[in-house]
Write a protein that binds this ligand. Structure first.
Ligand code: NI
Length: 178
C-alpha cells in the first residue's frame, strides 16, 4: 500500500464534511486504512484522517507510542475509528500545542475538551466506546474535526499563538502532528 500525498490547508477536500462509511469489512475500506497507516508512519504523525489523503469518508486513525523524540507524550493505542461520535464530558477546556500534517511546519495553541467519550466502529464494524482525557482526547478531537472540514487554526482563540515549530520549540519537544 502506497504512502499517499497529504493535502495541505487550502485544498477544498479539507473543507468538506466527509460522508459516513456504509459498508464495513470491505477490501476498499481495508485498503484505505492501510494507506492511512503507511502515510501516518511515513510522516511521523500522531494521527491522520481520510480527507487528508483526498478521501472524503469518516475514517481516522491515530496512535502515539513511546517515542524518545516525544518523551512527554502520553501513549495512545493504535485505533482505527470509523463514523465517530464525540461527547464532551465534564472537565472543561484545556489549551495545548498541536500540529497538523496538512499544515506542515507550524504549531498552534488550541483549546480542547479535556475529557470526552467517543464511540464508533473499527474497519470490520466492531463497536468502539471509550472515555479518555488529556492528549488522547486532544488527538481524537483534532482528527474528527478533519471529518467536518475543520483545521486546528480555526479552533484557536489567538493567532499570536501560531508559529513555526522550529522557532517555537528550538530544542525540540513539540508533539507529533495529526
Ligand atoms: Ni491534522
Amino acid at each position: 500500500m502506497p504512502v499517499r500525498t497529504v493535502l495541505k490547508m487550502g485544498h477544498p477536500i479539507l473543507r468538506q464534511v466527509a460522508a459516513p462509511v456504509e459498508r464495513f469489512g470491505t477490501r476498499e475500506l481495508a485498503a484505505l486504512v492501510a494507506d492511512l497507516d503507511d502515510t501516518m508512519r511515513a510522516m511521523i504523525g500522531a494521527g491522520i484522517a481520510a480527507p487528508q489523503i483526498g478521501v472524503s469518508l469518516r475514517v481516522v486513525i491515530f496512535e502515539v507510542r513511546d517515542n524518545p523524540r516525544y518523551p512527554q507524550a502520553e501513549v495512545v493505542p493504535y485505533t482505527v475509528l470509523v463514523n465517530p461520535r464525540l461527547t464532551p464530558l465534564e472537565g472543561g477546556m484545556e489549551d495545548g500545542w498541536e500540529g497538523c500534517l496538512s499544515v506542515p511546519g507550524l504549531r498552534g495553541l488550541v483549546p480542547r475538551h479535556r475529557r470526552l467519550r467517543y464511540t464508533g466502529f473499527d474497519a470490520d464494524g466492531r463497536p468502539i466506546d471509550r472515555t479518555v482525557e488529556g492528549f488522547h482526547a486532544r488527538v481524537v478531537q483534532h482528527e474528527v474535526d478533519h471529518l467536518d472540514g475543520v483545521l486546528y487554526p480555526m479552533r484557536m482563540r489567538d493567532l499570536r499563538d501560531l508559529g513555526y515549530e522550529d522557532t517555537l520549540f528550538p530544542d525540540g519537544g513539540a508533539l507529533p502532528p495529526g
